[in-house]
Ligand binder design. Structure first.
Ligand code: NOJ
Length: 798
């Protein structure tokens, strides 16, 4: 932290805080509030200290170990004697157990048999619901509705608690700007502002600002840090970025989650600028603990500590375990190192016991805050069922996540969507039209496909024998399809080694015949979510898998109007479809109510209102593609997707064979109605710099706009505010999202929407790595996507 002279043109918030500290250090101490009051409470910490004093070294390191029983979400799995360890009080946490009975069994050993009766913390990947599966996180981000995310977290928490789980490995808040990375599905997409809003909502929904409530669970914010920036989108790959980008973009959602009170974080697999994140004191101690004041616990990702050997930062177990612990990883997830090598290292004088003590403190703090000591067991409740209440919640959330990408009129028919009586016979075609498992999406580890209602089932209910159906093809072709059938996860052919290789030509021909008999064809296409999305599921192409593209083109060639429903957890490359198909609905992986929710959107019972949380590319070669790019000295304007023509500039930042822009940009999404925007106005044209800096987190200006529904049906619009800092000491993105609001409007209705701006929205990281605001002009746009055209501005003056 550097002090800058008061008359400097450049002031930073840290400089002001330091100035305040010089005048009154006591005030500074008082004003520094712990982000999670429960973890910081004196009473709680007194209990922690009293317990810590009684613990042997072996009991201490045991609290730092997490084991997985029965199931694995990574290579290898622990194979120790869990009963014995639990009874000795040497199991800090267990993951993968999913029932009151199974968790209570181990808990009894820990609480009743162990010397100090310290309960085990049971954890699980609860990602987009536990048993009631909601849309995947990327889809939830497309709702731009933090309240929807809170709902999903609430259902997840309640159902997880019923299964004995008190700690969820969620939310994933990694910024994902490259859809080759399969884990983009678990993210909120490409933007730090939207990502931070979603991160806060997840934490609130799971923890309810009170870990001790009977239906709260502790979160594990993951994967700290910058895991989403893996080079070339290849999972687990290295991350290399400037500290400015790290802080201004990638760390923001983690910071938001910590400020919202997150109890734990998970360290990531990747290196950052050469240092493995799971052994990085800069990330785990300097930034997380010292700068952000985090009092909770950090768990490693699955076997990330032994993998430090593969990162070549230590040749043996003892070295890498020490490096991880000293950097700030408190618990070893399934690595079998903390529990086995730390104690001897302490005895040999290689690790100070105080370092172990500090990690144990953090673990115990979370256990006490959760009320685990008072309520270690889970009462056996009724068996799960997808009740009408749960279905209604899943459907309501899904309704908000669909993004209408395109809805062009077709000659003689008008727009195809919403579907009404204009279609007497409807052909439903595609490998995702009637596949229950696929609708759950990636990371639905406790979800049961039997609860899913598919699009085919929902449309049969609406249309009866007016619905024709053909699968068209498998999700994968040739031997790949065979492999996936065998591996995939409980399908009817799972045990069959002799599944015939699918005959795409034949099934596509059948689908074409089906389409010919109908007035309109709905194609439900995507990619295999459980096999090609989520962890270890990177791709180098982003098209539909298998023969789906051929299927789409063959059906389109019949001349029947086509509606494309895209069911996938990553931005797919839709260039052909966008050029040839009149209506496209991005429906992601919608969860158990997939069919009814998509049908509602297709028939207009629900008006689509989602907006893209990630840019959809024209070609995979554009990736990483995101709207908030830095400007270049040689910007290309317009469509330059060709070799330069006569008189046209060659030396511009562009591709010779493709446009720079996204096919469908961030924030994009149409509606069955239309919205118009008034000219936005700012409450003041100029603000003195000093006022901005003194405002802290308080707003200093407002931006207002009137939004009108000019169409004939009700709809919701996500109103978005973007800024551009036009003259800073460090080059700033061409646009940055700094506000959004979801507004429901009846036909003809106008609502006034107001956004606030202050230091939080206007600052950036300068070269000193301080959050700064300088004299400048901000351009401001308000509208329905990142292409928003209605413009105003704001000056910050000396
Ligand atoms: C590895 C994944 O990276 C992480 O997200 C997950 O929570 C753990 N495995 C536990 O399953």
């Amino acid at each position: 932290m550097k002090f800058l002279a008061p008359n400097s043109v450049l002031w930073t918030l840290s400089a002001l805080v330091l100035a305040a500290a010089c005048a009154s250090p006591v005030l500074l101490a008082q004003s520094r509030q712990a982000p999670n009051q429960q973890l910081a409470s004196k009473q709680l910490n007194a209990r922690v200290e009293a317990l810590l004093k009684q613990m042997t070294l072996d009991e201490k390191v045991g609290q730092l170990a997490q084991y997985s029983v029965d199931s694995a979400t990574g290579p290898g799995a622990s194979n120790l004697k869990y009963d014995e360890l639990a009874a000795k009080g040497q199991v800090g946490s267990m993951q993968s157990l999913v029932s009151a009975e199974a968790t209570n069994r181990y808990q009894r050993l820990a609480v009743e048999k162990s010397r100090l009766h310290i309960p085990i913390l049971f954890a699980r990947d609860v990602i987009h619901g536990h048993r009631t599966i909601f849309p995947v996180p990327l889809a939830l981000a497309a709702s731009w509705d933090p309240a929807a995310v809170e709902t999903v977290a609430r259902f997840g928490a309640v159902e997880a608690r019923a299964d004995g789980i008190r700690w969820v490995f969620s939310p994933m808040v990694d910024i994902a700007r490259d859809p080759r990375w399969g884990r983009i599905v678990e993210s909120a997409g490409e933007d730090p502002y939207l990502g931070s809003a979603m991160a806060r909502a997840w934490v609130k929904g799971y923890q309810q600002d009170d870990l001790g409530k009977p239906d709260s669970v502790a979160v594990s914010v993951k994967h700290f840090a910058a895991y989403g920036a893996a080079i070339a989108g290849r999972d687990y790959n290295a991350v290399d970025m400037s500290e400015i980008v790290l802080r201004q973009v990638y760390l923001e959602p983690y910071r938001a989650a910590v400020e919202a009170g997150a109890a734990t974080l998970m360290s990531s697999f990747n290196t950052i600028n050469g240092v493995p994140a799971s052994a990085d004191p800069f990330i785990l101690t300097q930034i997380l603990r010292k700068e952000w004041g985090f009092d909770g616990m950090v768990v490693s990702d699955w076997a990330a500590i032994p993998e430090l050997r593969d990162h070549s930062i230590g040749a043996d177990d003892a070295t890498v375990a020490r490096k991880a612990l000293e950097a700030g990883v408190d618990m070893d997830m399934v690595g079998d190192l903390y529990g086995t090598v730390l104690a001897s290292q302490v005895r040999a004088g290689k690790i100070p016991e105080a370092v172990v003590d500090e990690a144990v403190r953090r673990v115990l703090r979370v256990k006490f805050a959760l009320g685990l000591f008072e309520h270690p067991y889970t009462e056996q409740g009724p068996a799960y069922d997808a009740t009408p209440e749960r279905r209604a919640a899943a459907r309501k959330v899904a309704d908000e996540t669909f993004v209408l990408l395109k809805n062009d009129p077709v000659e003689g028919l008008g727009t195809l969507l919403p579907l009404t009586a204009k279609a007497k016979k409807v052909a439903l075609i595609g490998p995702l039209a009637d596949n229950q498992r696929e609708m759950l999406g990636a990371w639905a580890v406790t979800g049961d496909p039997k609860y899913v209602v598919t699009l085919r089932t929902a449309l049969v209910e609406r249309l009866g024998d007016r619905l024709l159906y053909a699968q068209g093809c498998e999700l994968l072709s040739g031997e790949d399809a065979n492999v996936i059938k065998r591996l995939n996860f409980g399908g009817p052919d799972a045990a069959d080694d002799h599944v015939p290789i699918p005959d795409d030509a034949k099934t596509i021909a059948e689908a074409v015949e089906t389409a010919k008999k109908a007035d309109v064809a709905i194609l439900a296409l995507g990619e295999p979510t459980n096999w090609m999305e989520g962890e270890a599921s990177s791709r180098t192409t982003l098209g539909f898998t298998g023969a789906q593209q051929q299927l789409l083109e063959a059906v389109a060639a019949t001349g029947k109007p086509v509606i494309l429903v895209v069911l996938a957890g990553r931005p797919l490359e839709l260039k052909w479809a966008a050029a040839h198909v009149p209506a496209i609905l991005e429906a992601w992986s919608p969860g158990i109510e997939a069919g009814p929710a998509v049908a509602d959107a297709l028939f207009g019972d629900v008006n689509p209102s989602g907006k893209l949380p990630a840019s959809l590319p024209r070609a995979v070669g554009q990736e990483p593609l995101y709207y908030a790019q830095l400007p270049t000295g040689r910007p290309a304007r317009g469509d330059l997707s060709h070799l330069p023509r006569n008189g046209e500039e060659k030396f511009l930042s562009r591709y010779m064979d493709e446009e720079n822009s996204a096919l469908f940009p961030f924030g994009w999404g149409l509606s069955y109605t239309r919205f118009s925007y008034s000219q936005p106005t700012v409450s003041r044209d100029e603000i003195p710099l000093r006022e901005v800096l003194a405002s802290g987190h308080n707003p200093i200006a407002t931006v207002g706009v009137d939004v009108k529904n000019t169409g004939s049906v009700a709809g919701s619009e996500v109103v978005q505010l973007y800024i551009r800092n036009t003259a800073a000491s460090v080059s700033q993105p061409v646009r940055e999202l700094k506000g959004f609001a979801r507004v429901a409007l009846a036909p003809g209705e106008t609502k006034h929407v107001e956004f606030t701006l202050g230091f939080d929205e206007l600052n950036f990281y300068n070269v000193e790595i301080e959050r700064a605001v300088e004299p400048t002009t901000y351009k401001i746009w308000v509208g329905g996507s990142s292409l928003a055209a209605a413009e105003t501005g704001l000056k910050v003056v000396e």
